[in-house]
Ligand binder design. Structure first.
Ligand SMILES: [Zn+2]
Length: 243
């Protein structure tokens, strides 16, 4: 990364962190990003862990752009940038994958399902978690573009988080995008089966040439990550004040 690009990135990130800190009314983002645990009668709070899921991986490349770009690579690039921001904010992060691998047994005839099950299993092994899955969209018609968020129906906070991400992305990076967050059905296995708050962000359409160029651009990937993070802080703060 060039120095000027890095400085631009730092400036953008600091801007969002300051906005987030102002929203939560404290100098420490991490200190406010907690969910009251089930044992709140004992006055305890359990730190929140965010699971960032880079969709696909290994033998499963996901969607493929006209230029050969593979969705799994874009997903991982955005997921790692998101991880860096959560980490910098002092929030626990678990990545479902940090390399180009599948989570399912490569020799299994149920490899794809095994992979998805493994991602869901992670959500059930780490106490209070919020699951954010990163994907890219593709459609046979080129004209469609724009970030689209789906949410799990199994936990009410999923919708709050999805709507926050959908609205922040329209406000800060995609003013042309009027899409609304959508409830996921059984067609999105991870959201249908995760019991924790869970959203899936389709960051854009690989079938739209201009949007694919953006999705491949490092600065745009950083903007997506910062936007998702800021929307997350906004949603968690709203949850805490509404408890
Ligand atoms: Zn995908």
């Amino acid at each position: 990364m060039k120095k000027t690009e890095f400085l631009q990135w730092v400036k953008f990130t600091i801007c969002f962190l300051l906005i987030s800190a102002a929203l939560v009314g404290t100098s420490s983002v991490a200190s406010r990003v907690v969910l009251t645990s089930a044992t709140s009668a004992e006055n305890t709070v359990e730190p929140l862990t965010v699971i960032i899921d880079a969709g696909h991986g290994g033998i499963d490349g996901g969607a493929v752009g006209d230029d050969g770009t593979m969705e799994k690579e874009l997903n991982l690039a955005v997921a790692k940038k998101l991880e860096a921001i959560f980490d910098a904010a002092g929030i626990n992060v678990i990545m479902t994958r940090r390399d180009d691998v599948s989570l399912g047994e490569s020799t299994s005839s149920h490899r794809k399902l095994d992979d998805l099950k493994a991602r869901v299993t992670l959500t059930k092994q780490h106490g209070k978690v919020i699951f954010i899955s990163i994907h890219m969209n593709k459609f046979p018609v080129e004209k469609y573009s724009g970030l689209q968020v789906y949410y799990s129906k199994n936990d009410g906070f999923s919708k709050v988080l999805a709507e926050s991400i959908q609205s922040y992305s329209a406000e800060y990076i995609q003013p042309y995008n009027s899409r609304k967050a959508k409830a996921a059905g059984s067609e999105i296995y991870v959201l249908d089966n995760a019991l924790c708050p869970a959203v899936l962000v389709e960051c854009g359409f690989m079938s739209n040439r201009a949007e694919l160029d953006n999705l491949k651009n490092e600065n745009y990937q950083k903007q997506l990550a910062v936007c998702i993070f800021a929307a997350f802080i906004n949603a968690v703060e709203n949850k805490n004040t509404n408890v």
